[in-house]
Design a protein around this ligand. Structure first.
Ligand code: PEP
Ligand code: MN
Length: 342
Protein backbone atom coordinates (compact mmCIF):
# COMPACT_ATOMS: atom_id res chain seq x y z
CA UNK A 1 0.00 0.00 0.00
CA UNK A 2 1.21 3.51 -0.80
CA UNK A 3 0.19 6.46 1.31
CA UNK A 4 0.43 9.74 -0.57
CA UNK A 5 0.79 12.64 1.82
CA UNK A 6 -0.66 16.07 1.06
CA UNK A 7 1.78 18.77 0.00
CA UNK A 8 0.81 20.63 3.16
CA UNK A 9 1.45 17.68 5.50
CA UNK A 10 3.77 18.24 8.45
CA UNK A 11 6.50 16.11 10.02
CA UNK A 12 4.07 15.39 12.84
CA UNK A 13 1.50 14.07 10.31
CA UNK A 14 4.17 11.80 8.83
CA UNK A 15 5.12 10.54 12.29
CA UNK A 16 1.52 9.69 13.06
CA UNK A 17 1.09 7.86 9.78
CA UNK A 18 4.24 5.78 10.29
CA UNK A 19 3.10 4.92 13.84
CA UNK A 20 -0.27 3.81 12.44
CA UNK A 21 1.43 1.66 9.81
CA UNK A 22 3.54 -0.02 12.48
CA UNK A 23 0.55 -0.62 14.74
CA UNK A 24 -1.17 -2.40 11.84
CA UNK A 25 1.84 -4.73 11.65
CA UNK A 26 3.42 -3.20 8.53
CA UNK A 27 6.77 -1.57 7.96
CA UNK A 28 6.85 2.07 6.80
CA UNK A 29 9.29 3.13 4.07
CA UNK A 30 9.45 6.85 3.49
CA UNK A 31 10.25 8.28 0.08
CA UNK A 32 10.77 12.03 0.28
CA UNK A 33 10.01 13.57 -3.12
CA UNK A 34 10.61 17.20 -4.05
CA UNK A 35 6.90 17.96 -3.93
CA UNK A 36 5.49 15.51 -1.44
CA UNK A 37 6.18 12.53 0.76
CA UNK A 38 5.16 9.00 -0.15
CA UNK A 39 5.06 6.33 2.51
CA UNK A 40 5.11 2.69 1.51
CA UNK A 41 3.55 0.22 3.93
CA UNK A 42 5.01 -3.20 3.41
CA UNK A 43 4.09 -6.40 5.16
CA UNK A 44 1.88 -9.43 4.92
CA UNK A 45 -1.78 -8.74 4.53
CA UNK A 46 -3.09 -9.58 7.98
CA UNK A 47 -3.57 -6.00 9.17
CA UNK A 48 -4.93 -4.76 5.86
CA UNK A 49 -8.28 -3.48 7.16
CA UNK A 50 -6.62 -1.53 9.94
CA UNK A 51 -4.01 -0.18 7.55
CA UNK A 52 -6.64 1.14 5.17
CA UNK A 53 -8.03 3.45 7.86
CA UNK A 54 -4.77 5.37 7.71
CA UNK A 55 -6.66 7.31 5.02
CA UNK A 56 -8.53 9.17 7.79
CA UNK A 57 -5.41 10.57 9.43
CA UNK A 58 -4.44 14.18 9.05
CA UNK A 59 -2.16 15.00 6.15
CA UNK A 60 -3.04 11.91 4.09
CA UNK A 61 -4.18 12.63 0.55
CA UNK A 62 -4.89 9.11 -0.61
CA UNK A 63 -4.08 5.47 -0.11
CA UNK A 64 -3.41 3.33 -3.16
CA UNK A 65 -2.64 -0.35 -3.42
CA UNK A 66 0.58 -1.36 -5.20
CA UNK A 67 -0.41 -3.79 -7.91
CA UNK A 68 3.01 -5.27 -8.69
CA UNK A 69 4.35 -8.06 -6.47
CA UNK A 70 7.51 -6.02 -5.80
CA UNK A 71 6.61 -2.96 -3.82
CA UNK A 72 9.67 -0.89 -2.89
CA UNK A 73 11.62 -1.78 -6.03
CA UNK A 74 8.89 -0.53 -8.37
CA UNK A 75 8.30 2.84 -9.98
CA UNK A 76 4.88 3.00 -8.30
CA UNK A 77 6.63 3.54 -4.98
CA UNK A 78 9.34 5.82 -6.32
CA UNK A 79 9.11 7.60 -9.63
CA UNK A 80 12.56 9.14 -9.76
CA UNK A 81 15.70 7.09 -10.38
CA UNK A 82 17.64 5.95 -7.33
CA UNK A 83 21.25 7.04 -7.29
CA UNK A 84 23.46 4.67 -5.33
CA UNK A 85 26.68 6.08 -3.86
CA UNK A 86 29.65 3.75 -3.59
CA UNK A 87 32.39 5.72 -1.85
CA UNK A 88 32.74 8.85 -3.96
CA UNK A 89 31.14 7.28 -7.06
CA UNK A 90 27.51 7.56 -8.12
CA UNK A 91 25.60 4.89 -10.05
CA UNK A 92 22.17 5.63 -11.44
CA UNK A 93 22.75 9.19 -12.65
CA UNK A 94 23.90 10.44 -16.05
CA UNK A 95 27.41 8.96 -15.81
CA UNK A 96 28.15 5.52 -17.27
CA UNK A 97 29.98 3.96 -14.34
CA UNK A 98 32.61 1.32 -15.04
CA UNK A 99 33.57 -1.28 -12.46
CA UNK A 100 36.70 -3.17 -13.47
CA UNK A 101 39.17 -5.64 -12.03
CA UNK A 102 40.12 -9.27 -12.09
CA UNK A 103 37.67 -12.11 -11.53
CA UNK A 104 39.77 -13.28 -8.55
CA UNK A 105 42.30 -11.61 -6.33
CA UNK A 106 45.37 -13.82 -6.86
CA UNK A 107 48.25 -11.95 -5.21
CA UNK A 108 49.17 -8.45 -4.04
CA UNK A 109 51.15 -7.90 -7.25
CA UNK A 110 48.38 -9.06 -9.60
CA UNK A 111 45.79 -6.93 -7.79
CA UNK A 112 48.08 -3.89 -7.71
CA UNK A 113 48.73 -4.14 -11.44
CA UNK A 114 45.00 -4.58 -12.10
CA UNK A 115 44.21 -1.56 -9.93
CA UNK A 116 46.75 0.48 -11.79
CA UNK A 117 45.28 -0.51 -15.17
CA UNK A 118 41.72 0.23 -13.98
CA UNK A 119 42.75 3.64 -12.64
CA UNK A 120 44.80 4.58 -15.69
CA UNK A 121 41.90 3.68 -17.98
CA UNK A 122 39.51 5.87 -16.00
CA UNK A 123 37.36 3.14 -14.42
CA UNK A 124 35.46 4.23 -11.33
CA UNK A 125 35.22 1.20 -9.03
CA UNK A 126 37.60 -1.72 -8.54
CA UNK A 127 36.40 -5.31 -8.41
CA UNK A 128 38.11 -8.49 -7.21
CA UNK A 129 36.75 -11.78 -5.88
CA UNK A 130 38.01 -13.22 -2.58
CA UNK A 131 35.25 -15.81 -2.13
CA UNK A 132 34.58 -17.42 -5.50
CA UNK A 133 31.51 -19.42 -6.54
CA UNK A 134 33.13 -22.11 -8.68
CA UNK A 135 31.31 -24.88 -10.48
CA UNK A 136 34.01 -27.34 -9.45
CA UNK A 137 35.21 -27.79 -5.86
CA UNK A 138 38.69 -28.44 -7.30
CA UNK A 139 38.92 -24.99 -8.91
CA UNK A 140 40.53 -22.02 -7.15
CA UNK A 141 38.14 -20.90 -4.40
CA UNK A 142 39.61 -17.45 -3.70
CA UNK A 143 42.05 -16.02 -1.16
CA UNK A 144 39.46 -15.23 1.51
CA UNK A 145 40.37 -12.60 4.11
CA UNK A 146 43.92 -12.23 2.82
CA UNK A 147 42.43 -11.29 -0.55
CA UNK A 148 40.06 -8.78 1.05
CA UNK A 149 43.02 -7.04 2.71
CA UNK A 150 44.81 -6.81 -0.63
CA UNK A 151 41.70 -5.47 -2.37
CA UNK A 152 41.14 -2.77 0.23
CA UNK A 153 44.78 -1.78 0.19
CA UNK A 154 44.87 -1.44 -3.60
CA UNK A 155 41.55 0.45 -3.62
CA UNK A 156 42.91 2.90 -1.05
CA UNK A 157 46.15 3.40 -2.99
CA UNK A 158 44.24 4.01 -6.23
CA UNK A 159 41.59 6.16 -4.55
CA UNK A 160 38.88 3.82 -5.84
CA UNK A 161 36.00 2.19 -3.95
CA UNK A 162 35.95 -1.60 -4.13
CA UNK A 163 33.38 -4.36 -4.61
CA UNK A 164 33.64 -8.06 -3.82
CA UNK A 165 31.30 -11.01 -3.73
CA UNK A 166 29.67 -12.39 -0.60
CA UNK A 167 28.39 -15.97 -0.77
CA UNK A 168 27.58 -16.73 2.84
CA UNK A 169 25.85 -14.89 5.68
CA UNK A 170 28.74 -15.79 7.99
CA UNK A 171 31.19 -13.72 5.90
CA UNK A 172 29.11 -10.53 5.84
CA UNK A 173 30.67 -8.81 8.88
CA UNK A 174 34.17 -9.57 7.63
CA UNK A 175 33.49 -8.34 4.09
CA UNK A 176 31.74 -5.25 5.40
CA UNK A 177 35.05 -4.19 7.02
CA UNK A 178 36.94 -4.33 3.75
CA UNK A 179 34.54 -3.58 0.92
CA UNK A 180 32.54 -0.51 -0.13
CA UNK A 181 29.89 -2.64 -1.85
CA UNK A 182 28.72 -6.26 -1.66
CA UNK A 183 28.23 -8.30 -4.80
CA UNK A 184 25.60 -11.04 -4.71
CA UNK A 185 26.37 -13.27 -7.64
CA UNK A 186 24.13 -15.01 -10.13
CA UNK A 187 24.10 -18.24 -8.16
CA UNK A 188 22.90 -16.58 -4.97
CA UNK A 189 20.21 -14.33 -6.40
CA UNK A 190 17.57 -16.43 -4.66
CA UNK A 191 19.55 -17.25 -1.52
CA UNK A 192 16.88 -15.70 0.66
CA UNK A 193 18.81 -15.99 3.93
CA UNK A 194 21.67 -14.03 2.34
CA UNK A 195 19.32 -11.43 0.85
CA UNK A 196 17.59 -10.90 4.19
CA UNK A 197 20.86 -10.50 6.05
CA UNK A 198 22.25 -8.07 3.45
CA UNK A 199 19.03 -6.09 3.85
CA UNK A 200 20.16 -5.36 7.41
CA UNK A 201 23.41 -3.80 6.20
CA UNK A 202 23.60 -0.20 5.01
CA UNK A 203 26.32 -0.88 2.41
CA UNK A 204 25.41 -0.82 -1.29
CA UNK A 205 24.68 -4.15 -2.97
CA UNK A 206 25.35 -5.17 -6.56
CA UNK A 207 22.72 -7.83 -7.20
CA UNK A 208 23.25 -9.97 -10.26
CA UNK A 209 20.46 -11.61 -12.16
CA UNK A 210 20.66 -15.38 -12.03
CA UNK A 211 21.15 -17.34 -15.20
CA UNK A 212 17.65 -18.77 -14.76
CA UNK A 213 15.76 -15.88 -13.15
CA UNK A 214 13.13 -13.75 -14.80
CA UNK A 215 13.23 -9.98 -14.48
CA UNK A 216 10.33 -10.16 -12.05
CA UNK A 217 12.17 -12.68 -9.89
CA UNK A 218 15.24 -10.41 -9.90
CA UNK A 219 13.09 -7.51 -8.72
CA UNK A 220 11.57 -9.73 -6.01
CA UNK A 221 15.11 -10.56 -4.83
CA UNK A 222 15.91 -6.84 -4.71
CA UNK A 223 12.69 -6.45 -2.71
CA UNK A 224 14.10 -8.73 0.01
CA UNK A 225 17.03 -6.33 0.45
CA UNK A 226 14.94 -3.17 0.23
CA UNK A 227 12.30 -4.42 2.66
CA UNK A 228 15.06 -4.99 5.22
CA UNK A 229 15.80 -1.27 5.05
CA UNK A 230 18.79 -1.28 2.69
CA UNK A 231 17.78 0.82 -0.31
CA UNK A 232 21.24 0.91 -1.94
CA UNK A 233 20.70 -1.78 -4.56
CA UNK A 234 22.13 -1.91 -8.08
CA UNK A 235 20.83 -4.55 -10.48
CA UNK A 236 23.07 -6.32 -12.98
CA UNK A 237 22.20 -8.21 -16.16
CA UNK A 238 24.96 -10.80 -16.64
CA UNK A 239 23.52 -13.12 -19.27
CA UNK A 240 20.96 -15.86 -18.97
CA UNK A 241 20.98 -19.48 -20.07
CA UNK A 242 19.43 -20.18 -23.45
CA UNK A 243 19.88 -22.87 -26.10
CA UNK A 244 22.73 -20.83 -27.63
CA UNK A 245 26.18 -22.30 -27.08
CA UNK A 246 28.35 -19.82 -29.04
CA UNK A 247 28.59 -17.61 -25.97
CA UNK A 248 28.82 -18.58 -22.28
CA UNK A 249 25.37 -17.08 -21.63
CA UNK A 250 23.03 -14.91 -23.68
CA UNK A 251 23.16 -11.21 -22.79
CA UNK A 252 19.57 -10.10 -22.38
CA UNK A 253 20.07 -6.53 -23.53
CA UNK A 254 16.34 -5.89 -23.45
CA UNK A 255 16.42 -6.41 -19.68
CA UNK A 256 17.86 -2.88 -19.38
CA UNK A 257 14.95 -0.85 -20.79
CA UNK A 258 12.48 -3.27 -19.19
CA UNK A 259 14.05 -2.89 -15.75
CA UNK A 260 14.33 0.88 -16.20
CA UNK A 261 10.63 1.01 -16.92
CA UNK A 262 9.61 -1.18 -13.99
CA UNK A 263 12.10 -0.05 -11.36
CA UNK A 264 13.86 3.07 -10.11
CA UNK A 265 16.99 1.08 -9.21
CA UNK A 266 20.16 1.51 -11.28
CA UNK A 267 20.90 -1.25 -13.77
CA UNK A 268 24.29 -2.21 -15.17
CA UNK A 269 25.57 -4.87 -17.56
CA UNK A 270 28.22 -7.54 -17.09
CA UNK A 271 29.36 -8.39 -20.62
CA UNK A 272 32.22 -10.56 -19.31
CA UNK A 273 30.11 -13.32 -17.74
CA UNK A 274 27.48 -12.93 -20.44
CA UNK A 275 29.77 -13.53 -23.41
CA UNK A 276 32.53 -15.55 -21.76
CA UNK A 277 35.04 -14.38 -24.34
CA UNK A 278 37.22 -11.27 -24.41
CA UNK A 279 36.61 -10.58 -28.10
CA UNK A 280 32.92 -9.80 -27.52
CA UNK A 281 33.35 -7.42 -24.58
CA UNK A 282 33.86 -4.18 -26.51
CA UNK A 283 30.83 -4.57 -28.80
CA UNK A 284 28.61 -5.59 -25.88
CA UNK A 285 29.79 -2.64 -23.78
CA UNK A 286 28.97 -0.33 -26.68
CA UNK A 287 25.47 -1.80 -26.60
CA UNK A 288 25.26 -1.23 -22.83
CA UNK A 289 25.93 2.50 -23.24
CA UNK A 290 23.50 2.78 -26.15
CA UNK A 291 20.70 0.88 -24.44
CA UNK A 292 20.78 3.19 -21.43
CA UNK A 293 22.50 1.05 -18.80
CA UNK A 294 23.96 3.00 -15.88
CA UNK A 295 27.27 1.21 -16.18
CA UNK A 296 29.15 -2.02 -16.73
CA UNK A 297 31.27 -4.44 -14.72
CA UNK A 298 34.20 -5.77 -16.68
CA UNK A 299 36.86 -8.37 -15.91
CA UNK A 300 40.43 -7.34 -16.68
CA UNK A 301 43.76 -9.00 -15.97
CA UNK A 302 47.39 -7.93 -16.51
CA UNK A 303 48.06 -11.36 -18.08
CA UNK A 304 44.74 -13.11 -18.86
CA UNK A 305 46.46 -16.32 -19.97
CA UNK A 306 47.75 -16.75 -16.41
CA UNK A 307 44.47 -15.92 -14.63
CA UNK A 308 43.26 -18.32 -11.90
CA UNK A 309 39.65 -17.86 -13.07
CA UNK A 310 37.80 -16.48 -16.10
CA UNK A 311 40.98 -15.68 -18.06
CA UNK A 312 39.23 -16.28 -21.38
CA UNK A 313 36.86 -13.39 -20.85
CA UNK A 314 39.31 -11.03 -19.14
CA UNK A 315 40.58 -8.04 -21.08
CA UNK A 316 44.27 -7.33 -21.39
CA UNK A 317 45.28 -3.74 -20.55
CA UNK A 318 45.41 -2.28 -24.10
CA UNK A 319 41.97 -3.65 -24.94
CA UNK A 320 40.52 -2.18 -21.75
CA UNK A 321 42.06 1.24 -22.50
CA UNK A 322 40.42 1.08 -25.90
CA UNK A 323 37.08 0.09 -24.36
CA UNK A 324 37.16 3.06 -21.98
CA UNK A 325 37.97 5.44 -24.86
CA UNK A 326 34.97 4.09 -26.75
CA UNK A 327 32.73 4.42 -23.67
CA UNK A 328 33.65 8.11 -23.40
CA UNK A 329 32.87 8.76 -27.08
CA UNK A 330 29.56 6.89 -26.92
CA UNK A 331 28.53 8.49 -23.66
CA UNK A 332 29.16 11.90 -25.16
CA UNK A 333 27.09 10.95 -28.21
CA UNK A 334 24.25 9.68 -26.00
CA UNK A 335 24.19 12.78 -23.83
CA UNK A 336 24.98 15.53 -26.30
CA UNK A 337 23.70 14.23 -29.61
CA UNK A 338 21.10 11.48 -29.15
CA UNK A 339 19.77 13.13 -25.97
CA UNK A 340 19.34 16.44 -27.79
CA UNK A 341 17.45 15.16 -30.82
CA UNK A 342 13.97 16.58 -30.79
C1 PEP B 1 31.97 -12.93 -10.90
O1 PEP B 1 31.60 -11.74 -10.88
O2 PEP B 1 33.17 -13.27 -10.94
C2 PEP B 1 30.93 -13.98 -10.96
C3 PEP B 1 31.16 -15.20 -10.50
O3 PEP B 1 29.79 -13.55 -11.55
P1 PEP B 1 28.39 -14.29 -11.78
O4 PEP B 1 27.80 -14.44 -10.41
O5 PEP B 1 27.64 -13.33 -12.64
O6 PEP B 1 28.66 -15.59 -12.45
MN1 MN C 1 34.39 -14.11 -13.03
Amino acid sequence: MIILMKKSSTQEDIREVTAWIESAGYRPHISQGVERTIIGAVGNDQGRALLKSVAFLQGVEKVVPILKPYKLAGREFQEKDTIVRVGNVEIGGPQFTVIAGPCSIESAEQMMESGYIAKKAGAHILRGGAFKPRTSPYSFQGMGEEGLKILKDVGTKMGMPVVTEVMDTQDIDLIEDYSDMFQIGARNVQNFALLKRIGMSRKPVLLKRGMMTTIEELLMSAEYILSGGNNQVILCERGIRTFETATRNTLDISAVPVIRELSHLPVIIDPSHAAGHAKYIIPLTRAAVAVGAHGAIIEIHPEPEKAFSDGQQSLRPEVFYRLMDEVRVLQDAMQNKIGKLS
